[in-house]
Design a protein around this ligand. Structure first.
Ligand code: ZN
Length: 318
């Protein structure tokens, strides 16, 4: 499929935004980078957990949720400053339907509307179409299930009757859900048809892809100057899926290298809207809403290749 180069709003030559998964985020560790983004004219998307996790969490217990008053005040204020607030499930560990429903209600009562964007979290069993269930290629499904222990059957958010079922609430309230992520700054290169609908995954209205950056180090590699130049030259779209709680800020200051790279990016002729606004804009320009079979096949293999490469690189660093 050929893709005409977009003319972005305001005559911009590329689009850039971030979807920040709230893992290990606290007001203290994310506020500096949010202030930086704001000062550079960037308005990105921050996911939240509306509920605390009274049963405890081995990996995520440091994270704050909207049950922490100062964190809720922070995200309400971010919203008022033009950032988008999105859903990352009810909380940091698995939630039954009852807790997910209460979390969505809490979100609506605080923000006045349901979240438009959702990203599944870690191994939470209420994730929709997650683990090997993200894929259709039989070889990749098998491999992913075996190698990573991520069988499709672990995740039940989209299975009516499961205690973790919330697919009906998702399709009713949420517009965009993230699926595959890649080591590629220009996401349109891999997935030119995004956002897309997938008829075999009916409890999600629209899917989108993103560029993967686990933490500040991967973010800084992704945003290196030659990648920025290429994003602009290709008229591309970058949605970075990252965790702004992982090393982006400390002692009240953003990471100095991230600061330098974001300042450089802001000096280019880009459009920096939140995820929902960017996807609305892309959607309004699409001829169809499906995903061509060849594009989907290539996306799955590219995703697997990038995932493997990132795991190997992480192992080397460790
Ligand atoms: Zn997460």
């Amino acid at each position: 499929m050929t893709h005409d180069r977009h003319q972005f709003p305001g005559g911009a030559r590329f689009a850039f935004t971030v979807i920040d998964d709230t893992d290990v985020a606290t007001v203290e560790n994310v506020q500096p980078v949010y202030r930086l983004l704001e000062s550079l004219g960037m308005r990105t998307t921050k996911t939240v957990w509306p509920m605390r996790c009274p049963e405890g969490s081995r990996n995520f217990w440091l994270s704050e949720t909207m049950d922490d008053t100062h964190y809720q005040d922070f995200v309400v204020d971010l919203r008022a400053r033009g950032f988008e607030i999105a859903f990352h499930g009810a909380t940091m560990e698995t939630s039954t339907r009852e807790r997910t429903a209460r979390a969505l209600e809490r979100f609506r009562s605080v923000f006045g509307a349901p979240p438009r964007v959702h990203a599944n979290h870690s191994y939470n069993r209420e994730n929709l179409y997650w683990g090997a269930g993200r894929l259709d290629d039989p070889a990749l499904r098998l491999l992913y299930g075996r190698v990573f222990g991520q069988g499709a059957q672990l995740y039940e958010g989209h299975r009516p009757g499961s205690p973790y079922w919330w697919g009906d609430l998702c399709v009713e309230q949420i517009e965009y859900v993230r699926n595959l992520t890649f080591s590629e700054i220009n996401v349109l290169r891999v997935n030119p048809s995004m956002p897309y609908r997938d008829p075999i995954r009916p409890y999600v209205r629209w899917w989108f892809s993103a560029a993967d950056a686990e933490d500040v180090d991967e973010f800084n590699v992704l945003l290196r100057p030659e990648n920025q130049r290429r994003l602009e030259a290709e008229g591309g779209v970058c949605i970075v899926a990252t965790h702004l709680g992982k090393g982006f800020g400390s002692a009240g200051k953003p990471h100095p290298e991230t600061r330098r790279l974001l300042e450089l990016l802001a000096s280019r002729n880009g459009w920096f809207p939140p995820v929902g606004e960017l996807l609305d804009w892309l959607r309004a320009r699409q001829a169809g809403d499906g995903l061509p079979a060849g594009e989907w096949r290539r996306m799955q293999w590219r995703w697997a290749r990038d995932l493997l490469a990132r795991r190997l690189a992480a192992r080397r660093r460790a």
